[in-house]
Design a protein around this ligand. Sequence first.
Ligand SMILES: NC(=O)c1ccc[n+]([C@@H]2O[C@H](COP(=O)([O-])OP(=O)(O)OC[C@H]3O[C@@H](n4cnc5c(N)ncnc54)[C@H](OP(=O)(O)O)[C@@H]3O)[C@@H](O)[C@H]2O)c1
Length: 326
Amino acid sequence: MRAAVVTRYGSPDVVTVCDAPKPAPAAGEVLIRVHAATVNRSDCGELQPRVIGRLLFGLRRPRRTIFGMDVAGVVEAVGAGVMAFKPGDRVFGMCPFRTNGAHAEYVCIAETGPIGLMPAHTPFADAVVCEGAYYADSGLKKFRVGPGHRILIYGASGAIGSAAVQLAKAYGAHVTAVVATRHLELARSLGADRVVDYTAEDFSRIGERFDFVLEAVGKTSFWRYRRLLKPEGTFMATDMGPWGQYLPLLLWSAIAKNNRVVVPLPPRGGGHAFVAFLKARMEAGQFRGVIDRSYPLDAIAEAYRYVETGQKAAIVVIEVAADDQP
Ligand SMILES: NC(=O)c1ccc[n+]([C@@H]2O[C@H](COP(=O)([O-])OP(=O)(O)OC[C@H]3O[C@@H](n4cnc5c(N)ncnc54)[C@H](OP(=O)(O)O)[C@@H]3O)[C@@H](O)[C@H]2O)c1
């Protein structure tokens, strides 16, 4: 099969599209013919990990050689004992870090893993949305966002931010989205009640306080958010921030047990249920994938270069095989 193979850490130049062995499903696994995948920030982090990343991905070289978190495709075969899926099923979800990912024509995933049947009438390219949404939803659940809450989402055009806007609206919250001028319309179309253009005004002085602030970019000092939080409000960051500055704040918050600063850690083993939850939101018209750009598998290094700029909106799709559904 064709696959984007990574045998050493480095720039996108180390990603090589070549022939690789086609995997076979073990007991309890499904073999998926991949139609669409993405390059996201996690893939970029895996390509050039820092110290903590290397503990996770492999100290000297990557433990797995095919990356790719988000996946959508068709079940081609199932291993012994698989009950939930059959060949021909259209499926979507996420590839666990420990095994090879979706930057290839085929991938194997456990039937109990983070996969599920595709939402009805959805092209594969619109379904590779799970990872950003999983982080976003884990954050919103930690906030216990609900009707009556006011939430500010900084970076509302990114993979996590755009998902957070839609899911927070589905939970009934009032959403203020902070984006650059070019993404104002996008944020409105996702359902944001108020949009703030951080290139035109100081978002930290918009004259409002929030129950929750979700920082989904990782480039701004915490002190700019202080004025935006209600006295009991919670701040959540998807990244450790400039110079890792959110880390001591997190430790302080954990030691003081005041829940002021938190991170959106998805629950262990919660992926399968989350994919089913997202399918329901998509079928209810409460969630849609926002595609920034698409690249063929052969041009995946270009996709990495674009995502590394930190300026993509929502998802960057890798088209692995044509979508034959009209
Ligand atoms: N996606 C994942 O799977 C994942 C997982 C774990 C952690 N993270 C971390 O979470 C953060 C967000 O990830 P993501 O995937 O949602 O990011 P993303 O899709 O790459 O989001 C990028 C967005 O950030 C905005 N942005 C860029 N520079 C900015 C700046 N200087 N000030 C304000 N906004 C800026 C841009 O929107 P505007 O043009 O509208 O400003 C852009 O659309 C990253 O730090 C990432 O490392 C991501």
